[in-house]
Design a protein around this ligand. Structure first.
Ligand SMILES: Cc1cc2nc3c(=O)[nH]c(=O)nc-3n(C[C@H](O)[C@H](O)[C@H](O)COP(=O)(O)O)c2cc1C
Length: 467
């Protein structure tokens, strides 16, 4: 008996340790070493660290991404070293170059170091159809402009979008870091200082410029671009701030996709849910440091990296998987669960007969959201449901909140004209006991990030919440 308990304890501790190591982006050995060090135990020094990219690839944590904009100053040659420094740190780098920048370094060299195509032209079919300027602006954690010319700073400060670089900078909602570099007189000019003040007021972070010899003969003063190592350090600081993991140590359970209710072994009743919103929430929860279980109906999407994914077909399977995944700190039910199943689904394929089509009799499926929200024992502290409505969206969501006894309902209009089912955008009304809040129309990834931020804040506000 005692040995059985110890074995179970050993397994449980190992599994906790594995989870903790994955969450912190460390190996098991490194995690053990840190725990022992914290307890005052001496251990062998760790083996030589893996090169950063390999270390990053081994962890479940997503790789940090930087979009580097190179504009046309002499310091552009130093950007090549900056790319190398960022990649050494395991950061994925995409590069945009202005036309003037290409007078100083070639896209071929920058692309060879970055390991990808360099984007130079707003009206380039390849860029537009492959990635597109909006995706370039958004699919990154940070935008870095190095060097930032006086000209590009002026465009940014005034909201101009006349080429790919300035358009991306206007379209981005990510933090921006600039490393100005220019002749000291250009830097000291009132116009540049005015632009700088405006950029700082807009939330742009600035590194440098430094004082010293300029590339031009006989020129000295403030205007040299910060060294690549200084810029890389500023990038790391900003990425760390982004990487604050507000759900570290929390368990998040998410359902996603449709369910399939069998009629016979080859036919089923389904719905149009794509799973895009639920899967986006799972990715955002992983990014926020949570231990995520995603219970997914049949979808054509890849499993989100870092989440424990349980694949199910029917509503009853989904409920069983959800109950098995408890306890959780937050449960988010984004799946479009079929309300009904076919009563007595046939074990054999139904045949076409002269007697006409078979009559299908429907039975009610379990209500997963209400079942979990009404649990007396082990109810997650925050239970969130989705309401897909085609009319009277908010009124129906309010009624659903009361009926199901969950904490929040995220209501969305899924009428055919809204394009939400299967689409990439969503307009959410957050209905809670505090009232109704309508979020702007945004991508499903943005909705996911906003929801996870809200959930983390709500958990932190609960007694015994976040540290
Ligand atoms: C040799 C040379 C060096 C230059 N160096 C700089 C510089 O360091 N900083 C700057 O702001 N402009 C510099 N310029 C001027 C810019 O290249 C010019 O303003 C250009 O329009 C900037 O375009 P962009 O901001 O789209 O890259 C330089 C121009 C030349 C010809």
């Amino acid at each position: 008996m005692a040995s059985l308990t110890i074995r179970k304890l050993d397994e449980a501790l190992k599994s906790q340790l594995r989870l903790r190591a994955a969450r912190n982006g460390r190996s098991m050995e490194e995690e053990i070493r840190l725990i022992l060090a914290a307890a005052g135990e001496e251990t062998e020094p760790p083996p030589a660290a893996l090169p950063q990219p390999a270390a990053a690839a081994m962890t479940a944590r997503p790789q940090a991404r930087v979009l580097l904009v190179i504009s046309g100053g002499i310091a552009a040659y130093k950007s090549l070293d900056l790319i190398r420094r960022l990649k050494e740190r395991g950061i994925a780098v995409r590069v945009v170059m202005t036309q003037a920048a290409q007078e100083f370094v070639t896209p071929l060299v920058a692309g060879a170091i970055a390991g990808g195509h360099v984007h130079t032209d707003l009206f380039d079919e390849r860029t537009e159809f492959d990635i597109g300027h909006i995706r370039l602006a958004r699919e990154t954690d940070l935008v870095v402009v190095a060097p930032a010319t006086a000209d590009l700073m002026a465009k940014m400060a005034n909201g101009l979008a006349t080429d790919l670089a300035s358009t991306v900078l206007l379209a981005t909602d990510r933090p921006v870091l600039i490393a100005p570099a220019m002749n000291p007189r250009m830097w000291a000019h009132k116009a540049t200082q005015r632009n700088l003040a405006r950029l700082v007021a807009d939330g742009t972070t600035v590194v440098g410029p430094n004082a010293g010899e300029m590339a031009e003969r006989g020129e000295a003063g403030v205007g040299r671009m910060a060294e690549p190592l200084e810029i890389a350090a500023a990038v790391e600081t900003l990425l760390r701030a982004r990487g604050a993991r507000p759900l570290a140590g929390k368990r998040v359970l998410i359902t996603s996709g449709p369910t399939h209710e069998p009629i016979d072994p080859v036919r089923y009743i389904a719905n149009r849910s794509s799973g895009k919103q639920g899967h986006a929430i799972a990715r955002a929860a992983v990014d926020a440091g949570a231990a995520v279980t995603l219970v997914s109906g049949p979808v054509g999407l890849p499993d989100p990296a870092g989440a424990n994914v349980v694949h199910v077909e029917s509503a009853r399977d989904m409920l069983a998987a959800v109950e098995a995944a408890l306890p959780a700190d937050v449960a988010i039910f984004a799946a479009a669960v079929a309300d009904w199943r076919v009563e007595g689904a046939s074990a054999q394929k139904l045949k076409k007969t002269a007697g006409g089509p078979p009559a299908l009799s429907l039975a009610e499926n379990p209500d997963i959201l209400a079942t979990i929200a009404r649990r007396k024992d082990g109810r997650p502290p925050l239970v969130i449901g989705f309401a897909a409505e085609t009319e009277q969206v908010v009124a129906h969501a309010k009624a659903k909140l009361a009926r199901k006894r969950c904490d929040w309902i995220l209501a969305n209009d899924v009428s055919a004209e809204s394009g939400v089912m299967g689409g990439d955008q969503n307009t959410i009304h957050l209905v809670s006991a505090d009232g109704v809040e309508t979020w702007p129309t945004q991508t499903k990834d943005e909705v996911a990030r906003m929801l996870i931020e809200r959930a983390a804040a709500a958990l932190a506000a609960m007694p015994g919440g976040q540290p």
